[in-house]
Design a protein around this ligand. Structure first.
Ligand code: ZN
Length: 308
């Protein structure tokens, strides 16, 4: 278990880098070679290379090109085994690491952190709800939406993610994206008579490569296309790291102490932290024929007594 280091850290660039350096250089970790690569080239204060290729589950050469994706990779591969409840702890921790890191790096926080995971079996979910930890060892991938960070700018990171997606997605991406098409249909960015306000204006709406799914979906592309049961959950970093209005609770501070799935979901609901998949990510899921279940939708529909 990783220490709750970041939450109590008196933050500085060197102290965060020192901590990440330690966990990326654990000799016992079978992914040490790649974690060191990620650390040396992206996370360390002296990293100069802004894009590295590392295996990420089912993708043999995932291109990681921004600090926050690198953080997600490190958290994924320094968690040896995890039950479903522990995965939610990791996702919450990832949100906090993004907040602290962005403050230290003086850059924008990614708005959303996201996790793709093997869906636990029903008996495991029930065990989680009652006891906090089921017996399963679930595969998962953490990634965030694109934020302007160290290395290339937003466009570079998105382009890298698009290349990664296109290397494994058999169905072509469409332009404008489904989100941009929806905005255009709603008249956003257009005059009332349908003509563009400015022909050169950037299309409104989310472009390809922006969402964390641009990393996590390729990381399990075989499982997706084979229709294996997978789940996704995306959380707002801001909602997770700020006090819930009318309470003294900060979700990322409260969740590590919770072992009940029911209690964790209740905090996520009250905080308004869960974000359903956008139209772009639904397009990716549907064109791959996958059966990825959006847990932002699933959890929001649960009654308090109906978890599991
Ligand atoms: Zn999306």
């Amino acid at each position: 278990m990783l220490p709750r280091f970041f939450a109590s850290l008196t933050t500085s660039r060197s102290s965060i880098s020192s901590y990440l350096g330690q966990i990326c250089h654990q000799p016992s970790n079978p992914y040490q070679k790649y974690l060191r690569h990620i650390y040396d080239d992206i996370l360390s204060p002296y990293g100069k290379v802004h894009s590295v290729r590392v295996p990420f589950h089912e993708h043999k050469e995932m291109e990681i090109s921004d600090y926050f994706s690198a953080l997600g990779y490190v958290l994924t591969y320094t968690t040896a085994t995890a039950s479903f409840t522990q995965l939610l702890h990791r996702l919450s921790q990832y949100a906090e690491w993004c907040r602290v890191s962005s403050a230290v790096l003086e850059t924008n926080t990614p708005t959303v952190v996201q996790m793709l995971f093997q869906v636990p079996s029903e008996p495991d979910l029930i065990a989680n709800a009652r006891y906090g930890y089921g017996p399963s060892k679930l595969k998962f991938s953490l990634a965030s939406s694109v934020s302007a960070g160290k290395g290339g700018g937003r466009e570079d990171v998105r382009e890298n993610r698009i290349r990664t997606l296109e290397s494994v997605w058999s169905h072509p991406l469409v332009y404008p994206t489904p989100v941009q098409q929806a905005h255009a249909s709603a008249g956003i960015g257009f005059e009332r008579n349908g003509s563009r306000v400015e022909p050169s204006a950037e299309l409104f709406g989310t472009p390809w490569g922006h969402c964390g799914e641009g990393v996590s979906f390729p990381s399990m592309h075989q499982s997706i296309s084979l229709g294996r049961p997978l789940g996704t959950l995306a959380l707002s970093v801001k909602a997770m790291t700020c006090v819930i209005p009318g309470t003294d609770t900060i979700p990322v501070c409260a969740i590590p102490a919770l072992t009940s799935l029911t209690d964790i979901v209740e905090i996520l609901k009250v905080a308004g932290a869960m974000r359903p998949m956008c139209l772009n990510c639904l397009y990716l899921r549907n064109t791959a024929g996958g059966s990825i279940q959006d847990h932002a939708v699933k959890f929001s529909a649960f009654e308090d007594t109906n978890i599991g």
